[in-house]
Ligand binder design. Structure first.
Ligand SMILES: *Cc1c(COP(=O)(O)O)cnc(C)c1O
Length: 403
């Protein structure tokens, strides 16, 4: 053989590390190109079950390891990973809906799900209606001939109403309508999306659980990722097919980060949940406050449904509706005066966050309070700081609210 040049030798180097090495973290395996051992292997038929080592786009062993762990977290059998929570929403709706179909969304659905539905899906001839997640009877009457998919979210976004999951899922089962639950709030920890209330309704659950891994599974406020999980192999094939159409790929460094965050997810969830309850209860007693929305508070909408499904877990979010005497300018001054809270979207990371929300254009069926009762809303996401520091910070910032 003729002498090869250094560039060729460095690329086609013969050394292989000996096998038998093992460690706690999953190795980070990266690829666009996947190598075939021969043309015979290249010509072999492609598997359709989701695991495919033909190209880096569907995933590498690192991706499939995380997918298997997320399936376990969600009490599912199958999982496809996507580059964000929103892309997981889009994947689900695109995989299950055709032109002429109708999808139903809870009125408090995550804002980007509303946007994908009203913007993208309606362009494709897929219609939608919004339902009140607390009224399963009215919901059942909405299910029509063309209803193919129902989105569920527990608790709902921003206003945190806990839906009548048992009533809604029963109505869907009775009509044979597919259900997808956005399980980001529950994180796979609060309840089992595939059997939401085992004592009350054995076997009753959603067909699909979608999860923004950006939140609790990452826990770091440092990456974006999503997951779509199911127990049904045929549904999984439709999800895998749409995943391929959309060309969703993941960076393996991000996959590695989620694999690193995952072992501590239940500890973080419990710690953030406990701190959130302390602060939500404390806020509920403040004279400036009209309502605190948090499913574990007895007067929060859907509290009784929360007790049926998730009595031990209540997430890291609560929203405060200030009395109408405090206008937006004063509420913004309160937010600006907070020192231990960042102003910013997302949640479940180490830093506590706040966002003032104007819900006037993101609800079709109204709000759980009247303008006489309450005015501006601020959503709190509690992180991992000392709870007493957070409470003292809110207390000092309430001085700025009064002006
Ligand atoms: C954050 C979030 C999403 C979207 O996740 P991204 O990764 O930010 O795209 C979807 N649903 C819920 C309930 C969320 O909180």
């Amino acid at each position: 053989m003729t002498q090869r040049g250094i560039a060729t030798d460095l690329i086609h180097h013969p050394f292989r590390a000996p096998e038998g090495w093992d460690a706690v973290p999953v190795p980070v395996m990266k690829a666009s190109t996947v190598l075939f051992s021969s043309t015979a292997e290249l010509h072999a038929p492609r598997p359709r079950d989701g695991i495919s080592y033909r190209y880096g786009l569907p995933g590498t062993p690192t991706t499939y390891t995380l997918a298997a762990r997320i399936a376990t977290l969600e009490h599912a059998e199958h999982c496809v990973l996507t580059p964000s929570g929103v892309s997981a929403v889009t994947l689900t709706s695109m995989a299950l809906l055709q032109p002429g179909d109708e999808v139903l969304l809870p009125d408090n659905v995550y804002g980007q799900n509303r946007y994908v539905t009203t913007g993208l899906l309606s362009r494709l001839g897929i219609t939608h209606r919004f339902y009140d997640p607390l009224d399963a009877t009215a919901f059942a009457a909405l299910l029509g001939e063309r209803t193919r998919l129902v989105w569920l979210e527990a608790a709902g976004s921003i206003t945190l109403e806990f839906p009548d999951l048992v009533g809604l899922l029963r109505a869907c089962r009775a009509r044979g309508v597919l259900t997808a639950i956005d399980d980001t709030w529950g994180g796979g920890i609060a309840f089992n999306p595939f059997e939401v209330a085992p004592a009350l309704a054995p076997g009753l659950g959603a067909d699909i659980a979608m999860h923004a891994l950006t939140k609790f599974p990452s826990g770091g406020a440092d990456l974006l990722m999503g997951a779509v999980c199911t127990r049904d192999a045929a549904l999984n094939r439709r999800l895998v097919e749409m995943h391929e159409f959309l060309g969703y790929g993941l960076g393996q460094n991000d996959v590695e980060m989620v694999l690193r965050g995952l072992p501590s997810i239940s500890l973080r969830y419990r710690a953030q949940d406990a701190a959130t309850r302390v602060l939500a209860r404390w806020m509920a007693d403040r004279p400036e406050v009209a309502r605190v929305l948090h499913p574990a508070l007895a007067d929060s909408p859907g509290h009784a449904y929360w007790r049926q499904v998730s009595p031990d877990a209540a997430g890291c979010l609560f929203s405060v509706v200030f009395k109408p005497a405090y206008d937006q300018r004063r509420v913004d001054a309160f937010v600006d005066a907070l020192r231990c809270f960042g102003i910013g979207y997302s949640w479940a990371g180490p830093m506590s966050l706040v966002v003032p929300y104007d819900l006037s254009r993101s609800r079709s069926l109204g709000l759980p309070w009247t303008p006489e009762e309450g005015g501006s809303l601020v959503r709190f996401a509690i992180g991992l700081e000392e709870v007493e520091d957070l409470r003292a910070d809110i207390e000092q910032a309430l001085g700025a609210l009064a002006g």
